[in-house]
Design a protein around this ligand. Structure first.
Ligand code: 13P
Ligand code: SF4
Length: 332
């Protein structure tokens, strides 16, 4: 049976009336999914708001590491995801690659005791757990600078995983020396050693795109996410997390043009006028886009029938250490 979006929305609202479920959506979700959510936000806001929510079920529309983070922070909650879609960047590192990075540092004269690991929240729970076990913590794009500043206070080398761009961008902002594992530099000379992961969506924005817009609309502003390459961030007027970008753009005078370098769905719903996508291609995050309204309906239906689909589970030891890494961030 095929339902229209309006019919699906009606069915979703009916099921929500009788179930103890909170629907959560990241800004990158499709519009029709984003519209029916109770809680929306960037990855940091979602982690905090869902922890403080008391429905029995969290129905998380986003990518797998986000649903996992809710489960890690609140193990008593039942977390379900309409699609177990995996962030491409989070997939670039696992426990083995993490251990290899630590080994690389040790083999190059940095002792384990002298490493403070920080993982971007875009990583799976096993990596967060490894980081937690080594005394490190999580950061998001909106608090990375604060977390790194605090971490540097311990006088150690920072191993930053998995996003090299975020690590390099923050290092530049703070006047710190950074390197990427495997680029041939000496880790003893660097303050921040970045793992070589990246976001394929934010790699789509180029200097040519910026030049194109600056030429076409003199006076236009360029605003990008810190997952973009350092050269793109350097050539932009504003760099911020998804929430910070939204705030910046919404506060602009109506006639101020702005070209934005982040995921398509979010930019598209920002402002009706004078907002442009900083790319000649459509920068959609394929995995964020996987979740449809029908998936949300089917997930709610599965809860109603007593057999929740795609429930998120995290084993006890991973949960314990990943929670410590997340809570060290939240405490700051
Ligand atoms: P935010 O932390 O800005 O929500 O970013 C998450 C993300 O996946 C960006 O690609
Ligand atoms: Fe991951 Fe990039 Fe998608 Fe964000 S936009 S969820 S970093 S693949």
């Amino acid at each position: 049976m095929h339902y229209t979006n309006d019919e699906l929305k009606q069915k979703i609202y009916e099921l929500k009336e009788k179930l103890s479920v909170t629907i959560v959506s990241h800004f990158y979700q499709r519009d029709e999914v984003f519209e029916i959510a109770d809680i929306t936000g960037d990855s940091l806001e979602l982690a905090i708001k869902t922890r403080d929510d008391d429905a029995e079920f969290v129905l998380f529309c986003g990518v797998a590491f986000m649903g996992q983070s809710v489960k890690v922070l609140s193990p008593h909650k039942r977390v379900v995801m309409p699609k177990l879609a995996c962030c491409a960047m989070a997939k670039m590192i696992d426990g083995i690659y993490y251990d290899d990075s630590v080994k690389f540092l040790e083999e190059n004269g940095v002792s384990r005791e002298n490493i403070l690991p920080i993982t971007y929240i875009n990583s799976n729970a096993d990596v967060k757990a490894k980081v937690g076990e080594m005394g490190g913590m999580v950061c998001t794009s909106s608090n990375a600078k604060r977390i790194i500043t605090t971490a540097l206070g311990e006088g150690k080398k920072i191993l930053f995983v998995p996003d090299r761009c975020l690590g390099q961008n923050i290092a530049k902002q703070m006047g710190l020396q950074s390197m990427v594992v495997g680029d041939g530099s000496d880790p003893k000379e660097a303050d921040i050693i970045c793992y070589d992961g990246f976001c394929s969506v934010h790699q789509l924005f180029t200097l040519e795109d910026i030049e194109f817009y600056r030429k076409k609309f003199p006076g236009i502003l360029i605003a990008v996410h810190p997952e973009c390459d350092p050269e793109i961030c350097d050539a932009s007027d504003f760099v911020g997390s998804t929430s910070q970008l939204i705030k910046f753009i919404k506060e602009l005078p109506e006639d101020q043009k702005v070209a934005v370098g982040t995921e398509f769905n979010m930019v598209n719903r920002l402002r009706e006028k004078n907002t442009y996508i900083l790319s000649s291609t459509k920068p959609e995050c394929p995995t964020m886009n996987e979740t449809t309204l029908e998936d949300v309906y089917l997930t709610l239906k599965s809860i109603d029938e007593g057999a929740p689909m795609n429930e998120v589970f995290v084993d006890e030891s991973t949960q314990k250490w990943a929670k410590i890494a997340l809570e060290r961030m939240l405490a700051l």
